[in-house]
Design a protein around this ligand. Sequence first.
Ligand code: MF3
Ligand code: CO
Length: 248
Amino acid sequence: MIILKSPEEIKLMRESGRITAELGALLKENIKPGVTTLALDDLAASFIKKKNAVAAFLGYRGYPKSVCFSVNEEVVHGIPKNRVLLEGDIVGVDAGVVYNGFIGDMAFTAGVGKISAAAQKLMTITEQSLYQGIEQAKPGNRLGDISHAVQEYVERNGFSIVEQYVGHGIGRQLHEDPQVPNYGPAGCGPILKEGMTLAIEPMVNAGAFEVEVLNDDWTVVTKDRKLSAHFEHTIAITANGPEILTKI
Ligand code: MF3
Ligand code: CO
């Protein structure tokens, strides 16, 4: 069941989205060669506390930390640890915050120092594919219009869409209906309505689309160990079209 949000509830989600975006900006500023993902997670935890918010992922299905950091061939759900980020790495940062009882969820991928042109292209295309999807998030369209726009853009640019993980409805729960795949035909699925709030999150691989989970039971990696990128925004569907709630 898709839970529609009232204008008052969307106002609250705007606030949790803003804190999530501020957290994202803070982490982005602090990504540089020599820093560990654990240090970045500590920074995130103290920022969230200072804002009187709660990390949405901490304890979710047993997830042990506040934020996910996925480096290079890691797709999503990388656990912060004493891994030092090196010049040329790319790191996907996925953060969620609960505030006012509502959740904001966002992700971006950033380069560490100077990165290769190929890595930069993967990141740019992935981010642009997210915006292609968001553009379709307006009343009267169907969910499949979002999915199709993302897939079409990514594949046209020679990359592949991860199918095993998808975006989702979001609100008081991190994962609400509907699932938001990053692939599929246009014109299918539920009709989009004012008051729907969605997390759209393309995960895009430089090589093949297949992924697997490492022995830590969390970290998703590409099977071919080629690079992957991930971008995500929480959006609200308004009468005027999509409103991005987690814009940095
Ligand atoms: N953005 C991810 C999602 O929507 C983050 C979940 S990580 C988890 O699934 F640790 F909370 F599972
Ligand atoms: Co999400």
